[in-house]
Each structure stands twice: as structure tokens, then as C-alpha cells.
Design a protein around this ligand. Structure first.
Ligand SMILES: [Zn+2]
Length: 396
């Protein structure tokens, strides 16, 4: 059922598909086509139908017909710009018992849960790319399984492999009509058994401060130092509500860049909250601070530009909880304990949910994404792959 899964995964991580947030092109890096092209030829070889390679945006779509309403699966092909994905040399650690020089249990205590498993780790110079090539491999494994077992009844399947997810463009050019489903799962999570259908509401805010630059010798009662006003603005935000002090459902403000001088300053923030009302209040607080400072220093001192980035998919999912129950039931059948956890971020599924395709996120068996400590558990990846097979299986 999963005998080719790991070879498939190792093939995919050997291909560098790092995306680049500064490129401005679509896809952001041409090398993502190297994996897209391989997946297209493998899908054709496996007998998938309607295999479409959208070369303009580097997205791949394919179907495998079965019975009834198609179920969709999405994974992304790119890896994070945060660490190199070139020349990935995976280390296979059989019967892991701790003591690895890179994966130190005092740094990553959750490793203790993986004793006895086979882990795939990096050589310490690159990321691994389990995010999200584990998801890609698990979906491809499902296609292979059902194409080799036409006698096993299953729902129709639609799959999509996207580019540039890591730079927030995963669904920018996503063709929902071509995908053609009314429900789908992203396969882009971590620990086995974790199911995610709640994410942040997210906005970005840019605060521009116009100061009044005067020669310091003559500045009395004239100078307005934009940097001090910027610090004053930031001082109104509760220091306890920052990413480094929050967890689970707690929202935050984060100052991500700050630059400027006496005459002008600029700050960029991200705003996050699972609760929509709290999210609106957080944005409202920015407005109140701006109003106050404009009254104090003069109209036009502060200009605010707040943009929503994505919303909590729980808002959509609450009408599709059967999709969550189905995963729990299939996990139970596989003997896996299923837990639902809020995502402290967003997913492509959040964007798709608001475009009419409710889309929770399934686990892949990968850990420590976006860096050189990334690893995957072979046993967990196999269970995740079995879950996908189970999700579309029709029991007689
Ligand atoms: Zn991912």
C-alpha cells in the first residue's frame, strides 16, 4: 500500500524547488517546474486523467475517476525561502534512539516520541523539504494505489500541486473550476493525527509617520521626530500580545520592520487573531492610536494602510463538520489518535475555503519545517498515506 512512498519522497526532495519572495515573477522561481514536470509525467504514467500542466503559473491538476462526488487533495511543490533546498542529502536514521548530533532531544523534546522509528533528517546544511513533498508523495501514493487496484471502490479524486505556497501565493492562480470539487483537504501539516481546520484571521498594517525636521539647535517647540512618534505609536500596543508571548488561540501584533529618520518613519506590522471580533478590535486599535497621535501632532502625521490577508477557515468549516468527523473516523480505524489544533498561521486551504471549497489541513508526518532541523518519520508518513487512501475508499 505504501511500498513506494519513501522512494518517491526521496526523489522529490532531491529536486530544489525553493520559492523566492523577492522575485516578482510567477512562479517565483523556474526550478519549481523541475518537480512539476516530473509529477506530470508520473501522473500520466499512473493513468491519471485530465492531467493539466499550467505552465504559466506552475500548477498541476489531475483526476482519477471513481464513484460519486470528487474529493480534492492539495499539496505544494515549493520549499521555504528560509533555508536552502539545494543538494538535499537526506540521512536515514533507522531505529532512532536519540543521540543524533543534529536532532538533539534537549532542543526538540518531541523527538523522544519517535524512538524506534525510522527518521529522515538532513545533513545539517539544508532543509529537508518534507514541507510539503511529504504531502506530495502521500497524494501520489494514493493515485498509484487506486490506479493499480481498479477493483477497490473509491470516490472520484481530484488533485492539485501548487507553486509558491511558501511566499503566500499558493492559490493566487489556482483554477478552482478545473479542480472541480466541492470539498478538499490540504496535505501540508505535521505530526501524525493532527487535523487542522481553524487558522488565524490575518492582516498587515503599514504605519507611515511624517515628522517635522528642524535644525536641532533651533528645534525647541518645532521639531517632530518621526522616530519618536513611531516609538510612541508602538508603545500603545500591549507588549504581552506578541508572538513570543502567545500560544494556541491567543492573537498578537508583531512589528516586522521599522525604518526611518527624523523627517519620516515607517513601520510594518502583522496582526493575527483566531476570533473575528477580536481581529476587528485589533485593527480598530491601530485606528484609535493613529487618531490620537494625529490630534496630538497634527493631521497627516500618521497614515495607516491596513489590509486583510486571509480569514479563519473555521467560519466556513462550521457548516462542513462532516469533513472533520470523516477524518476522525478514518484515523480511529487506523488506530491513530486524532486531535484538532488551531493553526497559528494560514494555509492554502483557508483561501480555498473562502473561494467555495472547504479545505481543512491533514498531517504529513514531517516536523520542524523551514530549516535544517526538519525531519520526517517514515512510520508516520506511511500512516498519513494510508489515511488518504481510506478517505476516498468506499466500503462495500
Ligand atoms: Zn507547507
Amino acid at each position: 500500500m505504501t511500498e513506494h512512498l519513501i522512494d518517491r519522497f526521496l526523489n522529490y526532495v532531491a529536486i530544489d524547488t525553493q520559492s523566492n519572495e523577492d522575485s516578482g515573477t510567477s512562479p517565483s522561481t523556474m526550478k519549481q517546474h523541475d518537480l512539476a514536470g516530473l509529477l506530470v509525467s508520473e501522473l500520466v504514467e499512473l493513468g491519471a486523467e485530465d492531467v493539466v500542466y499550467d505552465r504559466d503559473y506552475c500548477n498541476v491538476y489531475a483526476k482519477l475517476s471513481g464513484e460519486g462526488e470528487p474529493l480534492g487533495f492539495v499539496a505544494h511543490m515549493d520549499t521555504s525561502p528560509a533555508a536552502s533546498g539545494a543538494n538535499v542529502k537526506p540521512r536515514i536514521i533507522e531505529n532512532y534512539q536519540g543521540g543524533d548530533p543534529l536532532l538533539r532531544e534537549n532542543h526538540f523534546p518531541e523527538l523522544a516520541e519517535h524512538h524506534g522509528e525510522t527518521l529522515i533528517a538532513t545533513d545539517g546544511t539544508t532543509l529537508l523539504g518534507a514541507d510539503d513533498k511529504a504531502g506530495v508523495a502521500e497524494i501520489m501514493n494514493m493515485i498509484q494505489y487506486y490506479s493499480e487496484h481498479p477493483e477497490i471502490r473509491h470516490r472520484s479524486i481530484s488533485v492539485a500541486f501548487t507553486s509558491d505556497e511558501e511566499i503566500g501565493h499558493g492559490t493566487l492562480h489556482f483554477d478552482t473550476d478545473r479542480f472541480g470539487v466541492r470539498e478538499a483537504y490540504t496535505v501540508d501539516g505535521g505530526k501524525l493525527g493532527v487535523l487542522e481546520y481553524e487558522c488565524f484571521n490575518a492582516a498587515s498594517a503599514e504605519v507611515k509617520i511624517k515628522g517635522r525636521s528642524v535644525h536641532p539647535g533651533d528645534a525647541k517647540d518645532k521639531m517632530i521626530n518621526a522616530i519618536y512618534v513611531a516609538m510612541e505609536f508602538n508603545g500603545f500596543l500591549p507588549a504581552i500580545e506578541r508572538p513570543e508571548h502567545t500560544t494556541m488561540y491567543e492573537g498578537f501584533f508583531m512589528l516586522s520592520t521599522m525604518e526611518g529618520g527624523v523627517d519620516e518613519a515607517r513601520m510594518k506590522y502583522i496582526i493575527r487573531d483566531h476570533d473575528r471580533g477580536m481581529f476587528e478590535m485589533r485593527k480598530g486599535l491601530f485606528g484609535r492610536i493613529a487618531t490620537y497621535l494625529n490630534e496630538k501632532y497634527g493631521e497627516g502625521t500618521i497614515t495607516l494602510d491596513i489590509r486583510d490577508t486571509y480569514y479563519n477557515m473555521a467560519e466556513v468549516m462550521k457548516d462542513h463538520m462532516d469533513m472533520i468527523d470523516r477524518v476522525k473516523e478514518k484515523f480511529a480505524k487506523l488506530g491513530v489518535n486524532c486531535v484538532t489544533l488551531p493553526i497559528r498561521g494560514g494555509t492554502d486551504g483557508a483561501a480555498l475555503s473562502f473561494r467555495g471549497i472547504p479545505c481543512p489541513n491533514l498531517c504529513t508526518g514531517g516536523y520542524n519545517f523551514h530549516g535544517r532541523y526538519e525531519f520526517a518519520s517514515v512510520q508516520e508518513m506511511k500512516k498519513c498515506a494510508e489515511l488518504l487512501i481510506e478517505l476516498v475508499k468506499i466500503d462495500d
